[in-house]
Ligand binder design. Structure first.
Ligand code: NAP
Ligand code: GDD
Length: 334
């Protein structure tokens, strides 16, 4: 019988890549979807026709227990979250409820169902945002946390809780501490996609400038398609352990911008405008992964380099806009 996976956050970037990867690996894939008429669910259904949908919300404990009881998964991937860092200052309590307490509710749902005999492996989408003001570079599984946003704090709660349920109840519960990963499916609010869409609009004469915040922040950017393979590998390991996943290379937002404009044959300095309102109350200045443990224990390697990733996103957005697609409309998801 096919193994069964339940994914929260199925309508997001990672949910789509993970679902494709698991379907290709022979899994029966279920996605937890919230809302009465969520347009992102219809979009997901069109693109991932083989994913089955179960209703539920990370804010609603009963719905998660029902979902786990209905699906009877072998593996649960908890990708659902409020994931945009600036929003976490504007809606700090909601972020704590969804991104933090949502982990507790999902773990409780699994614990209740496991007490009735089910054996379920759990993956938590932890984040390099937990490192925040970093104490060392590169960051590994033993680096201390100093989160710099309500989002980072909520993720740290979920991370420690996952560890605690592993230690308290012997659950196979692991966290992937994933560094920034991007793709043509990335939400338009995140900087890589904002830049690739901005470059495409300028190239096609649809815009004349691109407003950005802090250009000096540095991130370790990789390709989302590579990172979902790591999630799956973590749940196939013999023992439940946490892993850092990243490329080990760091670039500034300025370098990202330059690479994206170069990919379209443009000079960024003619178009990029600084906007103070896009700076954050507290910034994470530098992230760079040490993915040695994942490489040696899981055999995981990233396959897409930074310049390749940026060019892939710019080319995809040029195609999207040339074909008349609207990145804000549901049908335009590439
Ligand atoms: P994303 O595109 O923003 O997707 C977030 C998902 O969470 C969406 O499917 C959204 O569904 C769902 N969601 C929001 N509120 C929910 C709720 N109350 N109940 C159930 N689901 C809810 O995020 P992503 O980039 O795919 O990232 C996946 C996970 O990895 C997130 O937890 C993120 O914090 C974490 N992470 C991401 C990165 C990265 O660089 N991408 C790095 C480290 C960690 P709706 O359609 O219903 O809104
Ligand atoms: N979004 C955005 N928009 N970011 C900007 C802009 C802008 O106009 N200008 C500069 N930046 C800078 C931000 O200040 C930040 O330092 C960097 O670009 C990256 O911002 P985002 O792409 O929004 O991602 P993030 O690093 O805050 O968070 C992402 O990665 C985390 C993993 O480290 C998200 O995917 C999180 O969910 C994830 O956990």
């Amino acid at each position: 019988m096919a193994r069964r996976a339940l994914i929260t956050g199925i309508t997001g970037q990672d949910g789509s890549y993970l679902a494709e990867h698991l379907l290709a690996s022979g899994y029966e894939v279920w996605g937890l979807a919230r809302g009465q008429a969520n347009p992102r669910v219809s979009r997901m259904r069109k693109l991932l026709a083989d994913v089955q949908v179960v209703r539920g919300d990370l804010l609603d404990q009963g719905s998660l227990i029902s979902a786990v009881e209905k699906v009877q998964p072998d593996e649960v991937y908890n990708l659902g979250a409020i994931s945009f860092v600036p929003m976490s200052w504007e809606q700090a309590e909601l972020t704590a409820e969804v991104t933090g307490m949502g982990v507790l509710r999902m773990l409780e749902a699994i614990r209740v169902c496991s007490s009735r005999g089910a054996s379920i492996r759990f993956y938590q989408a932890s984040s390099s945002e937990m490192f925040g003001q970093v104490s060392e570079t590169p960051q590994n599984e033993r680096t201390s946390f100093h989160p710099r946003s309500p989002y980072g704090v909520a993720k740290a709660y979920g991370h420690f809780l996952t560890q605690n349920y592993r230690e308290s109840y012997g659950m196979f519960a692991v966290s992937g501490i994933l560094f920034n990963h991007e793709s043509p499916r990335r939400g338009a609010e995140f900087v890589t996609r904002k830049v690739s869409l901005g470059v495409a609009r300028i190239k096609l004469g649809l815009a004349s400038e691109l407003k950005l915040g802090n250009l000096e922040a540095r991130r370790d950017w990789g390709f989302a398609g590579d990172y979902v393979r790591a999630m799956h590998l973590m749940l196939q390991a013999d023992t439940p352990e946490d892993y850092v996943i990243g490329t080990g290379r760091t670039h500034s937002v300025r370098e990202l911008v330059e690479a994206a404009f170069v990919a379209a044959g443009l000079d960024w300095e003619q178009y990029v405008v600084g906007d103070q309102s896009l700076h954050r109350p507290a910034e994470v200045d530098l992230l760079c992964a040490d993915p040695k443990k994942a490489r040696t224990q899981l055999g995981w390697e990233p396959t897409v380099a930074f310049e390749e990733l940026v060019a892939m996103m710019v080319e995809s957005d040029l195609r999207l806009l040339t074909d008349g697609g609207d990145p804000d409309q549901d049908s335009s998801w590439p």
